[in-house]
Write a protein that binds this ligand. Sequence first.
Ligand code: ADP
Length: 447
Amino acid sequence: MFQRILIANRGEIALRVIRACKEMGIETVAVYSEADREASYLTLADEAYCIGPAASGESYLKIDRIISAAEIGNVQAIHPGYGFLSENAHFAEVCRDSGIEFIGPPVDAMAKLGDKVAARKIAIEAKVPVVPGSPGLVTDEEEAVRVAREIGFPVLIKATAGGGGKGIRAAHNEINLRSELKAASAEAEKAFKNAGVYIEKYIEKPRHVEVQLLADQHGNAVHLWERDCTMQRKHQKLVEESPAPNLPQSVREDICKAAVRLIQNAGYYNAGTCEFIVDKDNQFYFIEVNARIQVEHPVTEQVTGADLIKEQIRIAAGEKLTLKQRTIPCNGAAMEVRINAEDPENGFRGTPGRITKLRIPGGHGVRFDSHVYEGYMISPHYDSMIGKLIVHKPTREEAIACMKRALDEFILEGPGVKTTIPLIRKILDHSTFTSGEGDTGFVERSF
Ligand code: ADP
């Protein structure tokens, strides 16, 4: 087992990894930008190194600085968290070439799955249903039109290197498609340094269901059931839960098995998530693999009892999975909501500022994963997510009731600071949500 790990990330996930390491008797090295100098989790790490100014391009995304910190800190492994360099195959390669284990998948599988068109091909080979669409990248307008006519409008133009809900455009007709195609490609080039786009049928009012996976370096792979992340805004998740409501048991088992098949076909190991959309008839389609730990991993931890960060570390150290598929439980119902510092009434614009008053909920079944505290300065430089509130109860009804009372307890105030709490509170009260009948457009249509 590793003696010392560097965490190439910030915020709640940095703290989450430090906590797991402490429980495993592993020392930690944190890195931080000048903007995060006062982050309280830094004092929980055994060492902390400043790696540059606030802008993430100058700090958390600087591979050379992170490797230098890893060398000075004398670590054997790097945990990348999520976001930043977590899905950067080049970073994983540099780590391993420097004799430092990257806590994540093999470079090859990462590179393949990080490209959505290549991932679709792997899914097709593994006999996992994909959304009908172009067989590969579309480069010319006529081909795009031909594919769209064949699968039927509306269609989505998606960036093959896209992520984080960015790089997706809808086209409702031929004229639309012709005009959007070039723009989509130019936008993809700018955002992802890869102009490749492809076409997928737009599935009407789908649900988002994803499967948590763990695989070791010895060919063993298991799923830890599914999460439903249908409540989204701008293709980004707001509420996540497990099990998925109203999903027939047979579909549930099929989707989980399909996900395992897919990552085994890709030669994948460590933690990963296979994302699907599910249509009105419970037909599911693969959309992408997230080759890293995800924000919503605590939901799965609550229902299965597994510690996914510890599992990641054990797998990276070469240990065999001890979890056996047949005995992985899915107990009760867990739900997570994202507390973001943003203004839902103003296009979800970020609302950075100092937290002057904070009351964190607690009590039976409540978990709060966050790095913030009273007096904390929410930086404008990073993602607006400042915490994750998670509940676990025997049934979904009880989980919703618990989440509502926890949100009612929550106070987070500061000059100019707004949060997603009031919006999420309204979602939880809505009959479409409580009946489990929402779709991915529900939040934007209804609020
Ligand atoms: P990203 O990598 O940017 O997160 P995804 O491919 O995972 O992009 O899609 C993000 C979200 O967009 C999904 O959760 C779903 O809500 C929506 N979406 C993606 N593909 C389709 C599709 N073919 N039809 C309808 N909605 C889709």
